[in-house]
Design a binder for this molecule. Structure first.
Ligand SMILES: [Zn+2]
Length: 459
């Protein structure tokens, strides 16, 4: 029972103005304060394409390895619903701006079928039995990204969205603070019909929603009633379930026609090349550079480069003159361990400066790795001054060689039998002596230094 998963997701572009008019995208939050004839869809109003939105979409298409259309053409998708005054949404249908791209996830190329530009409808506000319409959102530029059904597990779908988000952050075409990526997922079990799950917000919920749906399909198959008709379901994040909404309509039901108000606009080869050159370093290039420049292992480099937050942490550490290889390893092993255990993302539980302080203290040999691990547990959702805390709690490694030597001498004197056994070739006795010294220093000595000191003193 192999699951087959495809994703459609919507990203709001952070242009200054709306897609087809000069109303501002941000500012006054008073309902219906940022709108005009065009974005409320008044009869006779004429939309004019925002070139910036087109350029942002072009960036995204190139970052996702898409073929670029020769021209931008818009169509009207007709439907009747109060969130769209003109009863159609301006979108792209026949020729999307980008097609045939891919995004690599866990070494597998997930094909991008199409990327299109479209306008966001207005927001509906439900108040008891009344529905209010706020047109401030109407006309916000969106990019819709549609994948082929190339994913086979909820983890893959989550990672796809996460990597997409990383790229979106790198190319800076959307607002990271309001970075809700809205997605719909098509889910089926091989040999059966597919179900579309609507309105999933963010990559944690995509994994939950798809997992739930796959299990539902599997139990239907076990009962002898695998999914036979296409349907649309909604995701309820609070209850953690999907709910039936309607039988799925086909694209033909929307009666698309090319929008006669918007003349096709050429996308010149020069513009494509200029945009391509302006793209920042993307995850794949970053990963290769990490491997070459810092000798970070391939696996670590890939994981770090594909996570916007972890990469940020690594690059900040490098700026603070922390050894890249050590930083990469610590972030990949220790930081992700704590994050996975708490099922959280970096920015949700850590203050970056505190983590960098921990890294610095370990690198300077001022604390042990174990102390570093303990500090990280402490830093979860808590802001403490790491350096002061370490001093106050006496967690600093004993670096005074006289003090260490005294500890070693004392332990050797108290354990003559073990010394004798070690001299006869018993390595375990030596480890015992190291252990005694560590204990005597209350774990604040560097085991390597103790090792060397003991060997020197026994000779
Ligand atoms: Zn407007």
């Amino acid at each position: 029972m192999e699951p087959i998963i495809g994703i459609e997701c919507h990203v709001s572009l952070n242009t200054k103005t709306k897609l087809f008019c000069s109303c501002s995208l941000t500012g006054n939050e008073e309902p219906n304060s940022r709108c005009c004839d065009v974005c409320i869809g008044a009869p006779g109003s004429k939309p004019v394409l925002n070139k910036k939105a087109m350029e942002y979409a072009l960036k995204l298409c190139l970052a996702l390895n898409c073929k670029i259309a020769d021209e931008v053409v818009f169509s009207r998708k007709t439907y009747f619903y109060p969130d769209m005054g003109k009863n159609y949404q301006i979108t792209q249908y026949e020729i999307p701006i980008g097609s045939d791209g891919y995004l690599e996830v866990f070494g597998k190329k997930i094909k991008i079928k199409r990327i299109q530009i479209e306008e966001d409808p207005a927001a509906l506000i439900h108040q008891g039995n009344t529905v209010l319409v706020d047109y401030n959102r109407s006309g916000t530029p969106l990019c819709e990204i549609v994948t082929e059904p190339d994913m086979n597990s909820p983890e893959e779908a989550r990672e796809f969205l996460k990597r997409l988000l990383t790229i979106l952050n790198y190319i800076k075409i959307f607002d990271i603070k309001n970075c809700i990526v809205k997605a719909d997922a098509n889910v089926s079990i091989k040999g059966y019909e597919r179900v579309e799950i609507k309105n999933i917000n963010g990559f944690k919920d995509i994994e939950r929603a798809i997992s739930y749906e796959i299990e539902r399909h599997k139990s239907l198959i076990k009962e002898g009633n695998g999914v036979k008709d296409k349907e649309t379901r909604g995701w309820d994040s609070d209850k953690g379930i999907t709910e039936f909404q309607r039988s799925k309509e086909s694209e033909a039901d929307y009666g698309y026609i090319v929008d006669p108000d918007l003349v096709p606009i050429d996308i010149s080869k020069e513009l494509v090349e200029k945009t391509r050159k302006e793209l920042p370093e993307l995850p794949q290039e970053k990963s290769l550079r990490y491997q070459k420049e810092y000798k970070i292992k391939k696996d670590d480099a890939e994981v770090l480069a594909n996570d916007y937050e972890l990469t940020g942490l690594l690059e900040n550490a490098i700026k603070k003159k922390i050894d890249p290889l050590f930083a990469a390893e610590w972030i990949r092993r220790e930081v992700t361990r704590v994050l996975n255990y708490n099922k959280k993302e970096l920015g949700e539980i850590f203050i970056i400066k505190n983590l960098l302080d921990v890294l610095e203290l370990i690198q300077e040999n001022k604390i042990t790795r174990q102390t570093g691990q303990r500090l990280m547990e402490l830093l979860i959702e808590k802001d403490i001054n790491v350096k002061e805390y370490v001093k106050k709690q006496g967690l600093e490694l004993v670096s005074d060689s006289k003090e260490l030597e005294d500890i070693c001498k004392k332990i050797l004197k108290e354990n003559t039998q073990a010394v004798k056994e070690y001299l006869e070739g018993n390595e375990k006795s030596f480890m015992f002596l190291v252990g005694q010294c560590m204990r005597s220093s209350k774990g604040k000595a560097d085991p390597k230094t103790i090792n060397e000191l003991l060997k020197k003193l026994i000779k």
